[in-house]
Design a protein around this ligand. Sequence first.
Ligand code: PAF
Length: 283
Amino acid sequence: MILFKTINELKKYITAKRLSGISVGFVPTMGALHSGHLSLLRASKTTTELTICSIFVNPAQFNDPSDYQQYPVTIEQDIRLLESENCDVLFLPSVPEIYPADFQKKQYKLGALETSLEGEFRPGHFQGVCQVVDRLLSIVEPDWLFLGRKDYQQCMVITELIRQTGIHTRLQIVPTMREASGLAMSSRNLRLTAQDREKATAIYRSLQWIKTTIRPGTTLALSEAAEKILLEAGFDKVDYISIADAQSLEPIENWDGQLPIVALAAGFLSGVRLIDNISLTGE
Ligand code: PAF
């Protein structure tokens, strides 16, 4: 694996590689890699001929400065994992490399995606995500971008970003990887004690409970009961449990039994914010 820290070196390398007509896959991450990230790398390795991973903890997407400061950094282990997956290139830029003094912040039009669910509870988060992903895509210009379904709303935001920028990159959304307990893999799980990891499984359990219980008609009581499951399991606070249109993320209060829908949840456990989602109408 080749490691680049500067945009110029990385671009020179990609330009030379592209002369042979190869396809480029890109897996952007914030590090603290786990099996979920590795499944993105594997998807890239099977779809494209050159896999580039980036590790950059993007300050612009943290609405809470203490969350940014506490974000786990495990760079040496990350490099070992990337090498074991035969990742071709690691891009490891500094903050000034991505955001130089003359960086022009853009404003992205994300409509309701920006103010609902994650957008409501993490103001500015998706503008920050777009800021960095736009920048990274313009540097790497990949044929394929790989993102995890665990960040369902982020996948929708990036789909919209790709549409708006007109960049020729296709997005592949990779299924959520889970622990045997059902807990969705996340870098934030590193901040949970063994006991909290056990309690954290309630988030998947509550979503599964919605899936097995939902019937056409009103959905409000389901979200409320699922929230109770989380609080009784020891979650300190639930930001939302939403049953939403799988395409637009608009909340569905009265389901017709046909529309594809998802259940999404976010809550705090011992100060760590966890999110998860499942489809209620597909696998
Ligand atoms: O999902 C993440 O890890 C981040 O939001 C991303 C896409 C790498 C942008 O910083």
